[in-house]
Design a protein around this ligand. Structure first.
Ligand code: ZN
Ligand code: ZN
Length: 355
């Protein structure tokens, strides 16, 4: 078996939670040391490998290390050994590819620029990218450009897909808390029905604010405690995603207006929390133009997905590229599979950026 596959298989078996990628880090550090490299860390949670080729320019390649809390249901003979955890986003494959880059660069004395390899913790939640930016990764290594590959099922293996400008959306977590007044059903006119208000609010927000520019979705709701009472409290949880900060801000304002209406109509209190999570993944246009001369990118529409890579792009010109994966099961599913033949394709992609 070639080394890329071996690394991928080994890493696939030890998926770990965000910020707890300890075994994964040990494995990577050992593999890198075998290449006579000196991995370092800015936060104790990340692994960085810096190749100083004495050039003015430095480019960074990012991969992620965390797995997901999913019970694997594939038939692979190198299945996860961590019960209830799975590399269902292909971060194992992404790490193997960057180990391949490290291996190649460890044998080179020259390159067109300095290279920083980032094995990043906690992409799936928390946002390890933000922590690394706060730890000063950009200035410490004078990063001029940053790139990330992410495999994507249902796209053709061997093809690379991206677009200039926004590709993935920003996201806000939306929490709505409706406070009414409990009462027995026989005296329900004395209560303030938070369940009714919540349903009304749900419809108002879902129907009155439709937009192709944003995605407002509520996936969780709970209300009341007993069947023959008026519910005194209801909670709705959702997400708001968009590609343009101003449009998202306007939508949040519109939501507040609807909430004010509901407060008057139902006599309840409503609190809304909009917690910003990740900014939009926005590809640098001139970087896209430059790289697309070397790599014939396939076009792709922007999607209401998120990636913490956005944090790097806030101040470093960056390119986020989707790598086709012939398998059909989507990311984050218990039967998802990384496409092994893309390991070499991913490695070639990164190396071609250094030509
Ligand atoms: Zn994921
Ligand atoms: Zn991922």
């Amino acid at each position: 078996m070639n080394r890329l596959c071996q690394w991928y298989h080994d890493l696939h078996q030890i998926p770990e939670a965000s910020m707890q990628e300890d075994k994964t880090r040990c494995y990577l550090i050992q593999a890198l040391r075998k290449m006579n490299l000196m991995p370092i860390s800015l936060t104790q949670k990340d692994i960085l490998v810096y190749f100083d080729f004495h050039q003015d320019k430095t480019i960074a390649f990012r991969c992620e290390m965390d797995g997901l809390q999913i019970q694997e249901e594939t038939t692979l003979n190198y299945k996860s050994m961590h019960s209830g955890w799975m590399h269902a986003c292909g971060h194992d494959g992404h790490m193997a590819i960057l180990l391949g880059v490290a291996d190649q660069l460890s044998k080179q004395e020259h390159a067109s620029c300095n290279v920083l390899l980032i094995f990043q913790m906690a992409e799936e939640n928390i946002g390890g990218a933000k922590l690394l930016m706060e730890a000063g990764i950009k200035s410490r290594f004078s990063i001029d450009e940053i790139y990330a590959l992410h495999n994507f099922p249902r796209l053709k293996s061997g093809c690379f897909y991206t677009r200039p400008g926004p590709i993935f959306s920003s996201s806000h977590e939306i929490n709505l808390c409706i406070l009414g007044q409990g009462a027995h059903v026989s005296k329900r006119h004395l209560g303030k029905d938070s369940l009714k208000a919540a349903c009304d609010l749900y419809w108002q927000l879902s129907q009155e604010i439709p937009s192709t520019k944003t995605c407002l979705h509520f996936g969780k709701m709970k209300a009341g405690t007993i069947r023959n009472g008026v519910a005194d409290k209801a909670e709705i949880e959702g997400t708001l995603r968009g590609f343009d900060e101003q449009v998202v801000e306007q939508q949040l304002k519109d939501m507040h207006c609807h909430i004010e209406d509901m407060i008057v109509k139902h006599g309840v209190k409503i609190q809304m929390q909009a917690i910003p999570l990740y900014p939009c993944v926005i590809n640098d246009v001139s970087l896209y133009q430059k790289v697309s001369k070397k790599i014939p990118f396939q076009p792709i529409e922007k999607m209401f997905l998120c990636d913490d890579f956005a944090w790097y792009q806030q101040s470093i010109p960056g390119l986020y590229v989707l790598m086709g994966n012939d398998h059909h099961v989507p990311l984050h599913a218990s039967t998802y599979q990384f496409d092994e033949k893309t390991l070499q394709q991913g490695l070639n992609f990164y190396l071609s950026l250094l030509e």
